[in-house]
Design a protein around this ligand. Structure first.
Ligand code: HEC
Length: 123
């Protein structure tokens, strides 16, 4: 009886750990700034990153948004900062659900985006 219970509990503990650990997404609140003196800025990196990987769907001027919500526009510093938590969840660090296509930014760039977002979004 005790033995059976053990496996039962182990199964659910495993499931729980996996939901967090193997699920593979990280939220803005979980990710801590490891480089407070970051040299990554909106102008030297983030703007170019978004223009290359996101704005052909997300820009106001996009001629074919491919379903990208109209509220999610990344054309200005202010709009990017306002949406930073959602951008983080979809594209920064190990979050890879945006862009949706087969072409994906390298992890190194996603990590830079993550650092910029959690270290104060310097302009
Ligand atoms: C091929 C077009 C396309 C590209 C490129 C693209 N997106 Fe999207 N995006 C979409 C579509 C379609 C949706 C709505 C469906 C969804 O949420 O998955 C969306 C929704 C979103 C949302 C809002 C959904 C939410 O609440 O999280 C965010 C934030 C987002 N995208 C960020 C990005 C970022 C950042 C990039 C670039 C790294 C990017 N997207 C690139 C098409 C695109």
């Amino acid at each position: 009886m005790l033995r059976r219970c053990f496996w039962f509990v182990l199964f659910f503990v495993g499931l729980y750990v996996c939901a967090w650990g193997c699920g593979g997404w990280t939220t803005y609140d979980e990710y801590k700034c490891s480089n407070p003196n970051t040299t990554i800025t909106y102008n030297n990196f983030v703007k170019g990153f978004l223009d290359k990987w996101c704005n052909y769907c997300h820009s106001v001027t996009s001629e074919n948004r491919r379903g990208a919500p109209i509220a999610y526009v990344f054309d200005t510093y202010a709009s990017v900062v306002a949406l930073k938590k959602r951008i983080f969840l979809r594209s920064a660090a190990n979050n890879i659900t945006m862009p949706p296509g087969p072409d994906d930014p390298p992890l190194e760039e996603r990590n830079k985006l993550a650092e910029w977002i959690v270290c104060g979004t310097p302009r």
